[in-house]
Design a protein around this ligand. Structure first.
Ligand SMILES: O=C(O)COP(=O)(O)O
Ligand SMILES: [Mg+2]
Length: 227
């Protein structure tokens, strides 16, 4: 008898419409019907992947904020704190820059462990200030993330696998950017979508021709019933 492998899926660049933005609705039914755990591992703030699981109709297994927040469905782990990233944001603003998300900033409002900055803002001063606080800045292609270098998505995936009883060797991951490389290192099989950046492409076992959700859907077709 064969079963579906557990999945670890990135959101932006991976479950998005081929034009680049917005979740592609074609992923909803295959994910809801998937016969194994589906972990959503994202750089977005905690509420976003929880909401995605909620609306897809699957258990909430979530790595958020690039590993800063991990939710096993029972327990939440915070593996970094926001204080240093917040100080970087304040210094960046004091130097005359802006995070670039408008007054109410729903991108950072519920963010617990890092700060995200709009790609239209200058990165050099951000990197300089972050370095003063011992933080790194990563560019996912969707935002700059000011974060502690230590926690990453891969660590979060390991925590979930351990708590939920998933064999990482069976897991299949799909992602598009530098923040997925750590996931690719811990799972049995990894795919970079066709629009992936260099770091993700180099870290993946396979690189797909298809872009965005077309890539994720192609992987689901390929690995369904594979374990
Ligand atoms: O938050 C981002 O910048 C990217 O999010 P992702 O990790 O789901 O692609
Ligand atoms: Mg992504």
């Amino acid at each position: 008898m064969t079963a579906d492998p557990p999945l670890v899926l990135d959101i932006d660049g991976t479950l998005t419409r081929p034009e680049g933005w917005g979740i592609d609705p074609r992923i909803f039914d295959p994910l809801r019907e998937w016969d194994a755990p589906v972990v959503i591992a994202t750089g977005k703030a905690f509420p976003y992947p929880v909401a995605l699981c909620h609306f897809v109709g699957i258990p909430e297994l979530v790595v958020a904020e690039n590993g800063g927040v991990v939710y096993t469905g029972d327990d939440v782990f915070f593996t970094a704190d926001r204080q240093a990233a917040q100080a970087v944001a304040e210094e960046y603003r004091a130097a005359g820059y802006d995070l670039g998300w408008g007054e109410e900033d729903t991108v950072n409002r519920w963010r617990e462990t890092e700060i995200a900055v709009n790609l239209e803002q200058p990165i050099d001063p951000l990197r300089e200030i972050a370095a003063e606080y011992g933080l790194e800045v990563i560019d996912t292609g969707y935002a700059y993330h000011v974060k502690d270098a230590a926690p990453n998505k891969g660590d979060g995936v390991e925590t979930i696998a351990d708590r939920v009883g998933i064999d990482l060797a069976d897991c299949v991951a799909v992602g598009d950017s530098i923040n997925d490389a750590s996931t690719f290192e811990v799972v049995g099989r990894s795919f970079a979508v066709g629009n992936a950046d260099q770091a993700a492409t180099e870290a993946a076992d396979d690189v797909l021709d298809e872009v965005h959700a077309d890539g994720a859907l192609a992987v689901l077709e390929r690995v369904r019933g594979a374990v």
